[in-house]
Each structure stands twice: as C-alpha cells, then as structure tokens.
Ligand binder design. Sequence first.
Ligand SMILES: [Zn+2]
Ligand SMILES: [Zn+2]
Length: 235
Amino acid sequence: MKMPAKTILSDFFFPERCLICGGVIKPGEVICGECMKSAEIIPRPKCPLCGMPANLCSCGAGGKFYTAVTSPFYYEGKIRNAVRRWKFDGETDITAFWASAVASAVTEDFPAVKFDAVTFVPQTEKEMSERKYNQSEILAEYVSRILNVPCKSLLVKTRETEKQRTVPEFMKKGNVFGSFAFSGGGRYACVLLVDDIVTTSCTIDECAKILRMNGVNAVFCASIAMAKADAPFKV
Ligand SMILES: [Zn+2]
Ligand SMILES: [Zn+2]
C-alpha cells in the first residue's frame, strides 16, 4: 500500500519500536517489515459499494443509503489485535498510522470525489463516559487533516444499542435502526463518514440514511478495517 510520505513525516513522531508488535524498526519506519508483510490488505479491484473483492462481496440486490465504503485492511490477525489495543487499551501512538492508511484508501478508491466534510459515527454520552473518547472521531479528525477537508460533527447517537458483534445477523439492522439523529451541524453535499471498524454495513448505512435525510447527496465511508463476511463473531 502506498503511504503518503509527507503525511507520515508530518504526523508521526518517530517511534523507537514497531507500533504494532513492539519489535525493532529501521530509522524512519513506524511499522516493522514483518508486520507490514503480515497485514492483510484488502486487494483491488474492490466492489465499488461494499469495498470487498468479488469473492467476499455480499451486496446482493439490496439498496444502500451510503454510496461506497473502503478500508485498507481486513480485520484479521495483527491488524485486528492492534486495532483492539488502540480502541480499548488507549494505545493512541498508532492513530496517525491508521489515519494515513485510511486516507490513502480514500484517495485511491474515491479519486475523483470532492468531499465537503469529514464526519464520524457518534457514541452516546454513556459510551463516551465509559471510553473517555470516541476513537472514530479522533480518527476522523486525523483523516480530515490529511485530506484537508473540515471535520464536522453531523450525527448524534440517541439511544444505546447492543454491540453489533453480539447480535445475530438478522437482528443487526434492527439493532441500530433509529439510533442516530442529525446534529444540525451544517449541511454538506458530499460527506466522508469515518468509522473505526466495519463489521457489517448496518451502522454506516443507518448513519448514511440520516445524513441523506438532511441534505447530504452522497455518503462515502471509510474505516481502518473490515471484517470478512464469514467472520462477524470473531470481533
Ligand atoms: Zn511489527
Ligand atoms: Zn459488494
């Protein structure tokens, strides 16, 4: 995967050890060669809607509110472990690396798109108080700086939901239905919606629905990693 060198140089303090495994790195690196080699990068060509290669595309005939989604990595192996440590254990040194990888995927997969705003999947106040921060918001802010597009809080989460990984497939859509509302934070024609991980597209589609109902014409989505469709309960 191409990483924009400018971004890495401006956003990283250079760590002494690999940000994923803690192993030895060469000067100027942030991730060791071993981790880069073992990271499961989602190969191109990707389905323009679900962002998966043809063998994992599960779009079917159902329409979506969002326009397209892309992620640099599968939610597997070392990437999955590193995302979990970032998300749950507060290992934030790696945020700039994730943002750089997400921004690269966005510019490569949506090359002609001009975004008016970057936004993010929100959390409820209870979730915020438990976690202390919304990792999707932090990621969106980094991505917005790399893409030079303003980051705007456009959505609020209005009720608690079960974790998508804990509910069966047929209930995932209902679990998030009606759980987001428009924040009133401005109207934009074309928005990039950032989430940390996409395990099913139900959450981003529900967010995209609210944005579309509030004047947004196109909602492109991006995350660090996407779960392979056959492994939704491995999260
Ligand atoms: Zn490593
Ligand atoms: Zn697809």
